[in-house]
Ligand binder design. Structure first.
Ligand code: PEP
Length: 253
């Protein structure tokens, strides 16, 4: 059965105290209200990982994610955080290739391929982000572009490795803009990506792959998006910073 996942991406928000307050509200809501078989992931800044991990450790459906990891395993790389460090905090997921990291830190598909491999080696579940800019969407080459991101960063994996990867399709023009992809646009891309995965790894792995949508997802549009046959949940930015909104999105399935 394909996993339903709602993952929050806090980005550069929340002091440790604010993050713990938010995580504690979400923990209580998930404990009291979670109605469906949904895996919930909190993508926090690095400094929150350990404390949020402790707070949520007894809630089976709640997991913690880092928002990035280094391409190096250890060594003289000041300021970087390795997959084994992330794993040692109790986090079990890592977001890789978010468009903000691709844009502001020039992350390439090749570097992301290394990050995905390191994450899997450290037993972390990668949430691999892909998505096109508005220019590419308007040129009509969006499917080809996003498929190439997947080919270049994921097609070197074994079938076993690929079966552990979560994909997040996030059209850049919809991130933080208030403009959401229509459910038809999102479904069309998710279906195409699943077919692309099937072309390399076969139908079983493609059918089982969780493909999340991200980009201005909120309580008012989550249900329509999550009702699409190839949309298995969401990666949520802004709305994950408010516990009530985040929980309403989780309960939109
Ligand atoms: C994101 O940054 O991953 C994201 C989806 O942001 P937002 O929900 O704010 O558009």
């Amino acid at each position: 059965m394909r996993k339903k996942i709602v993952a929050g991406n806090w980005k550069l928000n929340n002091t440790l105290e604010e993050g713990l307050k938010l995580a504690s509200e979400i923990t209580n809501m998930v404990t009291d209200e979670l109605r469906d078989e949904v895996t919930v992931v909190l993508g926090t800044p690095y400094i929150h990982l350990s404390a949020v991990g402790k707070l949520t450790e007894n809630v089976e459906k709640l997991h913690v994610a880092a928002q990035d990891c280094s391409t190096h395993e250890s060594g003289a790389y000041t300021g970087e955080i390795s997959v084994s460090m992330i794993q040692s905090t109790g986090a079990s997921y890592v977001i890789i290739g978010h468009s903000e990291r691709r844009e502001y830190h020039n992350e390439t598909n090749e570097q992301l391929a290394t990050k995905v491999e390191l994450a899997l080696k450290a037993d972390l579940t990668p949430i691999f982000c892909c998505g096109e800019s508005l220019n590419i969407r308007e040129s009509g080459k969006h499917e080809r572009f996003v498929s190439a991101q997947i080919t270049e960063s994921l097609f070197h994996l074994t079938e076993e490795q690929m079966s552990k990867v979560v994909i997040a399709y996030e059209p850049i023009w919809a991130i933080g803009t208030g403009v959401t992809a229509s459910s038809d646009q999102a479904q069309e891309m998710h279906k195409a990506l699943r077919a692309h995965i099937a072309s390399k790894f076969g139908n079983t792995i493609a059918d089982e792959a969780s493909i999340l949508y991200g980009g201005s997802c909120k309580p008012t549009n989550a249900n329509e998006l999550f009702s699409q046959p190839d949309i298995d949940g969401g990666l949520i930015g802004g709305a994950s910073l408010k516990s009530r909104d985040f929980m309403d999105i989780i309960n939109s399935f």
